[in-house]
Write a protein that binds this ligand. Structure first.
Ligand code: SF4
Length: 358
């Protein structure tokens, strides 16, 4: 079922966690959407497509953003402090956060549509190329971030294995709406999980992901911890949305009970964006009130980010700047190099219909 790309050509890669059901339907078990897809359909994340009864990842090796900086910016404070990581992300996400700062990257629908049509000039880097770039830039680790890495897991795993062999660590920045199977695949290779706990209110989660519940997210965070991954958690406090002090204290208590008193909790400031452009930045008092309550709850490692901007990719250098390749080659039109489903293999049903009617 699994497949690993070993060439530097762009191609669709079989989704590792898929069940083949009747009538050519596939169920994806990467994240808790567990999308059931028929031929030509893409998952909620848009990054996985069923082609003739097999599920493929469309975004394997496709890089939307890169940056280099301290691991503390992820934020991760208690794993290899003082080291630098190369952050990378692709297109596609399994949440639709109203305050998303990385819309074009995380949802990436246009980019994924272009890939599906065989018209994309997005940058592709093999797992080997990415690890080589990280080594060349002298970083100690690679972080998968900007959008949810679970929807890109095939590549995350291939990079993580090669990174481990090369002496680099890996960081996975996630919303933790992932399956146990995905966590179990990751656990031997991924060193750090930096996970959001966005709220303890189911309605909050339902607005950004109708299938999600608080308990699913908490269970995934705890499972990662049990599997031996170094876990740090983060809550971005949005005024009027998840700033209830009682609930914030309960998050701290949950961390204390399930991850331990010394498990780091990062409290970050909200900055207006997208659908929440009219919401003001988080006042300092809210951040510090949550900090003080977490300390009262017994957490020993609580960090407030009061004067730091968001970790969005807007100001990153172009991806080309980090990959030692000819820019023309990097931006060649990406057509699937695999011949398993014919010349039209990457085209999706909706485009097939358009082609027929046009
Ligand atoms: S990764 Fe999640 S959203 Fe994407 S196809 Fe799989 S189950 Fe659906």
């Amino acid at each position: 079922m699994s497949s690993t790309a070993t060439t530097e050509e762009y191609k669709l890669v079989e989704t590792r966690l898929q069940e083949k059901l009747a009538d050519g339907t596939t169920r994806c078990n990467l994240c808790l959407w567990q999308c059931r897809l028929k031929h030509g359909q893409r998952g909620f994340c848009q990054a996985h497509v069923n082609r003739h009864g097999t599920l493929y990842n469309l975004s394997y090796g496709i890089i939307s953003a890169m940056d280099i900086g301290p691991i503390e910016d992820k934020p991760v404070k208690h794993f290899r402090p003082g080291t630098r990581v190369m952050s990378v992300g692709s297109y596609g996400c399994n949440f639709r956060c109203g305050g998303c700062h990385n819309l074009e990257i995380s949802w990436g629908t246009e980019a994924l549509d272009a890939l599906a049509r065989g018209e994309s000039t997005a940058v592709h880097a093999s797992a080997e190329q990415l690890v080589e770039a990280a080594l060349r830039h002298g970083v100690e680790g690679i972080a998968f971030t900007y959008s949810e890495p679970a929807v890109w897991l095939e590549y995350v795993l291939d990079v993580s294995q090669r990174a481990r062999e090369a002496g680099l660590y890996t960081v996975y920045v996630s919303n933790s709406f992932v399956t146990d199977e995905a966590l179990e695949l990751m656990a031997p290779w991924v060193d750090v999980l930096c996970s959001d706990i966005k709220s303890l209110d189911n309605d909050f989660y339902k607005k950004i992901c109708p299938r999600a519940s608080v308990q699913q997210v908490l269970d995934s965070v705890e499972r990662a911890h049990q599997l031996g991954i170094h876990v740090e958690t983060r809550t971005n406090i949005i005024p009027g949305y998840n700033d209830d002090p009682v609930m914030l204290k309960q998050i701290a208590e949950w961390i204390h009970e399930h991850l331990g008193a010394d498990s780091p909790w990062h409290i970050t400031k909200f900055f207006p964006a997208f659908k929440l452009s009219d919401v003001p930045p988080t006042p300092s008092e809210s951040l510090w009130q949550a900090h003080d309550m977490a300390r009262e709850a017994g957490l020993t490692r609580v960090y407030v980010y009061d004067d730091k901007g968001c970790d969005c990719a807007e100001e990153n250098l172009p991806v080309d700047a980090y990959l030692d390749e000819d820019p023309d080659t990097l931006h060649e039109v990406k057509k699937c190099a695999s011949d398993c489903c014919g010349d039209e293999g990457v085209l999706l049903k909706k485009y097939e219909r358009q082609l027929q009617s046009g």
